[in-house]
Write a protein that binds this ligand. Structure first.
Ligand SMILES: C[S@@+](CC[C@H](N)C(=O)[O-])C[C@H]1O[C@@H](n2cnc3c(N)ncnc32)[C@H](O)[C@@H]1O
Length: 371
């Protein structure tokens, strides 16, 4: 890459992708600081973001498009470049010849002929996808799992939608949050004067929603750094929210002391795959089982903190039964009425697919403790 191309949106995207693919860096953590330092105009920042997230999401499909024409696996830096080129040709809004030329410009001199030849063939050859997982660019197990959970039709619509960029919505108090997350905060139905505990609170989206009702909210999170995000977000949105660092499996609060507890648990994140471009390549099938065990421990601990007649709300930004409706709640708890459409009834609770309202996917369970 020469100095001129290094400063372009594509140059930045190439460097970010190398860090993601070769160093295992998180896409969302790498890109922001690189954009901030880049001096790129807003339009080019948007283009670079699409290139990085799009190429990351569509990695498997891009590799299929390229591998039809390579004889042996290219070295990592050329693999990254071929993915970036293929993404623009197959999925981008750019004219194919422009995509080829601009990608060749990023290549080291000695590899330009190779990159040019391969990308020209990609541009000139219609693709016959071998299966849905390759075309939609997910690991086989994710497609299989969601097909089992949702049925084939909804699963492929959800998977296709999570290849689109995430929408941004800004609340009246300036906090940027997906609408489904805001709805979950509202579905706790916190009221003025109530004492609420948010056990997995960072970065504080739902805690600040609940505090806006006039309820007293205490926020807790396991990670001190993430707990600090809640402090900052409470300050920015003008809410007073004490923040505690603690493990939701062993919380440091008195039994039966809260009117409502929200447990917005760590999860596999199947509902937010569009937001985390590289998550599909990091997730492992065993993660769902491990997380389900952790979540059940959290539910058991959280339930002890709720007053008689109080409410426990459990939510996850995922779509699997093992992480939601297969959990057990203690005896002496009754499910609350399910939230209305666009939520879909699901076990004792409700589920929102990304295709239902263009939001992240979420699952919610709400129970009241017998008085
Ligand atoms: C889904 S996020 C919470 C999002 C937050 N409720 C919001 O609306 O902004 C899950 C959180 O759980 C925290 N967490 C993970 N394991 C935990 C544990 N054992 N105890 C408490 N918090 C935990 C993570 O640090 C993460 O911040």
């Amino acid at each position: 890459m020469n100095q001129r191309t290094d400063r372009t949106a594509r140059g930045l995207a190439y460097r970010a992708l190398q860090r993601i693919e070769q160093d295992g860096a998180y896409a969302n953590l790498v890109l922001g600081p690189m954009l901030d330092e880049s001096g790129l105009e807003q339009r080019d920042r948007g283009f670079a973001t699409d290139l990085v997230y799009g190429t990351t999401r569509m990695r498997r499909a891009c590799d299929f498009a390229v591998d039809r024409f390579v004889l042996k696996a290219p070295p990592p830096e050329l693999r990254t470049l071929l993915r970036l080129g293929a993404y623009q040709i197959v999925f981008g809004d750019v004219a194919p010849h422009a995509a080829v030329n601009a990608t060749v410009d990023l290549a080291p001199q000695r590899s330009r002929g190779f990159i040019n030849a391969i990308l020209r063939r990609v541009a000139g050859s219609p693709i016959n996808w071998p299966n849905a997982a390759t075309e939609l660019s997910y690991p086989d197990w994710i497609v299989d799992r969601l097909t089992n959970e949702l049925g084939a039709g909804d699963a492929s619509a959800v998977l296709a939608m999570m290849n689109e960029p995430a929408t941004v919505s800004v609340r009246a108090d300036g906090y940027t949050q997906d609408e489904a997350s805001r709805w979950v905060g509202e579905l706790v139905e916190a009221g003025p004067g109530e004492l609420i505990l948010d056990l997995c609170a960072a970065p504080g989206g739902k805690a600040t929603t609940m505090a806006s009702t006039g309820a007293s909210v205490i926020a807790a999170d396991l990670q001190p750094r993430r707990a600090g995000l809640v402090v900052g977000n409470a300050r920015r949105t003008g809410r007073h929210i004490p923040v505690v660092v603690c493990d939701a499996r062993n919380p440091s609060f008195g039994a039966q002391s809260f009117d409502r507890v929200l447990l917005d648990a760590p999860c596999s994140g199947f509902g937010v795959l569009r937001r985390r471009a590289d998550a599909r390549w990091r997730l492992q099938p065993g993660d769902v089982t491990e997380l389900a065990v952790l979540q059940q421990q959290m539910i058991d601990a959280a339930a002890t903190l709720v007053k008689p007649g109080g409410v426990l709300v459990y939510s996850v930004c995922t779509l699997t039964a093992a992480e939601s409706i297969e959990h057990s709640f203690p005896l002496g708890w009754q499910p609350l009425e399910r939230p209305p459409s666009p939520w879909r009834p699901y076990g004792d609770g409700a589920r929102l697919l990304p295709i239902d309202a263009g939001t992240d996917g979420m699952t919610i369970l709400r129970y009241r403790r017998d008085a």
